[in-house]
Design a protein around this ligand. Structure first.
Ligand SMILES: Nc1nc2c(ncn2[C@@H]2O[C@H](COP(=O)(O)OP(=O)(O)O)[C@@H](O)[C@H]2O)c(=O)[nH]1
Ligand SMILES: [Mg+2]
Length: 378
């Protein structure tokens, strides 16, 4: 920072709200970009009416798959695959096989489509997972149709056989389909799932968990964000960010210790402000996922108050016995406490978003912070 210096007369005007905002937002954008998850592409194939679009909508929500799409049968010959996408997932919803359509021509067009996708230079554009749907009630499984698709056209290691409409499928039908799928077609049982559109359907959660397992590592995080049904999975992912948050806090506190290696006069304490803003921005970016950069706006008042905290008069008033200099120990311990104080709030906001609750507003309260710091050090 060229405009932060160690002179005994710091220029407080440099910490205008505008400057704080710019510093925070620049760092936030940069960090957010580095956390940008790779988005998986999922292909959904099966007979028209087997419930492909309904399944996509149930799992990824009606913002990505609008109601009007259910029952969509494509525009024959011009558009066989419809692409739904958001920041976290791409879904190729196929027009579907028609009973009266030659199976061979369907297979040819599917093969051509998959070849075209998987020959894209960037692997992020390839197909990473396939859901092959067959409807349970009155559905048939044909080794020449689904069997050939599963083994020879789709990637058998990345494909699930999804038997739909289990709410209106008799157990006898399910057993029959399972038997054909495993014995005649040779699909591993762990790649066969029964689902229905019912909100309390456990099969959908099963499909989500197993799909998550099967996806290449790089695409797992975004998949967790994309799916709307397994809230526990989202919670686990958010709570799992603790380790990364800790690394960010430790790095910032080390930076603060370095700045204060030769204790800095308390009058120059604003020299620590960029480190603090940077830390808050990194934490906000880490926990922002899923809230569409909402934290970038809502955290600003908190950031401004934290910047204000480093004004000399504030510090010595509020931290009794601080003395006239900030030592490396004080600089780094304040940074650590601040980091966890902020992390706790951002984590709570992310959890609320994941659970569909109204997220709390980030705020900075001096007394609460000092209390937090006191307890935190014990
Ligand atoms: N009872 C029941 N009906 C379903 C289920 N899934 C889809 N459907 C119905 O089946 C029809 C076809 O569904 P759609 O998603 O358009 O199939 P697609 O042509 O494969 O995309 C629609 O009328 C859906 O409401 C399900 O799990 N249970
Ligand atoms: Mg459809």
């Amino acid at each position: 920072m060229t405009d932060s210096n160690n002179s005994s007369k710091p220029d407080f005007s440099i910490w205008s709200l505008e400057k704080i905002r710019r510093l925070f937002e620049e760092k936030f954008d940069k960090e957010r970009e580095s956390y940008k998850e790779k988005r998986p592409n999922i292909l959904v194939v099966g007979f028209t009416g087997s419930g492909k679009t309904t399944l996509c909508q149930k799992i990824f929500g009606d913002e990505i798959v609008p109601d009007g799409e259910v029952g969509w049968e494509g525009e024959p010959k011009t558009k066989n695959f419809k692409f739904y996408e958001n920041d976290f997932v791409g879904v190729w919803d196929s027009r579907g096989m028609e009973l009266n359509e030659g199976l061979d021509s369907f297979k040819d067009s599917l093969r051509a489509f998959i070849d075209e996708r998987n020959s894209q230079p960037n692997v992020d554009d390839h197909i990473h997972l396939v859901w092959l749907t067959v409807q349970g009630c009155g559905g048939r499984l044909d080794p020449k149709a689904e069997g050939d698709l599963f083994h020879n056209i789709l990637d058998p290691k990345r494909t699930f056989l999804v038997i739909t409409k289990s709410d209106i499928t008799k157990d006898r039908q399910k057993e029959g389909l399972l038997k054909v799928a495993t014995e005649k077609i040779g699909i591993p049982e762990k790649q066969i799932v029964f689902v229905s559109e019912r909100d309390d359907d456990p099969g959908v959660l099963d499909l989500i968990r197993r799909s998550h397992e099967l996806l290449p590592e790089a695409y797992k995080m975004a998949f967790v964000e994309a799916q709307m049904r397994d809230v526990e999975m989202k919670r686990e992912q958010i709570l799992g960010k603790n380790a990364k948050a800790k690394a960010l806090i430790v790095a910032a506190s080390a930076a603060a210790a370095t700045i204060c290696a030769a204790p800095i006069p308390i009058a120059s304490s604003t020299i620590l402000v960029p480190t603090q803003i940077g830390l808050i921005a990194s934490l906000a970016a880490l926990y922002d996922v899923g809230s569409g950069a909402a934290l970038k706006q809502s955290a600003l008042p908190l950031v401004a108050r934290v910047a204000g905290m480093w004004a000399a008069s504030e510090l010595s008033k509020l931290i009794p016995g601080l003395g006239s200099v900030i030592s490396a120990t004080v600089g780094s311990s304040l940074t650590i406490a601040l980091g966890w104080y902020v992390q706790k709030q951002f984590e709570a906001i992310a959890l609320a978003n994941a659970e569909g609750r109204e997220p709390p507003e980030p705020f900075f309260d001096w007394n609460e912070f000092l209390n937090f710091r006191k307890n935190f050090r014990q």
